[in-house]
Design a protein around this ligand. Structure first.
Ligand code: GLN
Length: 191
């Protein structure tokens, strides 16, 4: 499985390492032409406003809508989750608007700006180690969106058919099971 990591800004190398550990072949994606060869794409954490601006500059917006329309799996982590969301609290314009959910940026406040925890994620045996850094929260989901995990009653992992998103950084630990889960989605999509 060839899994791309959108390499405009953010935690790209770490995702590539986790994809390799999970048995996939990672590709750093800098040009839209590269999307054709992929079985799935990860949008990494970083700064969603910067990723959004660079996506527009390098013409990724239409290209990624085509990619999603082909039912190819996408996985947004942290800022990547914000990029996939249809609505962003307090912001007029969202980015890709592919997942029927509302997110709030930097939602944990100053005290909990960055922390690590173990999460139960539906579909994965045993808890997953998750690193939260100025993380977003999902504040509302549409009927198509499945909640895969919560942290203190707040939604932090979601799936909408071939689209997966989480508030945290699964690539900053040695635990690559979220990447294995995503590789399974890519295998299923390829049939
Ligand atoms: N706070 C960032 C944003 O709003 C997300 C942080 C992250 O990706 N670690 O885009």
């Amino acid at each position: 499985m060839k899994i791309g990591v959108l390499a405009l800004q953010g935690a790209v190398a770490e995702h590539m390492k986790s994809i390799t550990l999970a048995g996939g072949e990672p590709v750093a994606v800098k040009r839209t032409e590269q999307l054709q060869e992929l079985d799935g794409l990860i949008i990494p954490g970083g700064e969603s406003t910067v990723i959004g601006r660079l996506m527009r500059k390098y013409e990724f917006v239409d290209a990624l809508h085509d990619f999603a329309a082909q039912r190819k799996p996408m996985f947004g982590t942290c800022a990547g989750m914000i990029v996939l969301a249809e609505r962003i609290e307090g912001q007029e314009e969202a980015h890709l608007k592919l997942m029927d959910m509302t997110v709030a940026r930097n939602a944990f406040g100053r005290q909990r700006e960055s922390f690590e925890t173990d999460l139960s994620v539906q579909g994965i045996d045993e808890t997953v180690r998750a690193v939260f850094i100025r993380a977003p929260l999902v504040t509302a989901v549409g009927p198509e969106v499945e909640v895969l995990s919560t942290y203190k009653d707040e939604i932090v992992t979601v799936r909408q058919e071939h689209l997966l998103a989480c508030s945290y950084h699964p690539e900053l630990t040695h635990d690559y099971r979220m990447h294995s889960y995503f590789l399974d989605m890519a295998r299923e999509a390829r049939g």
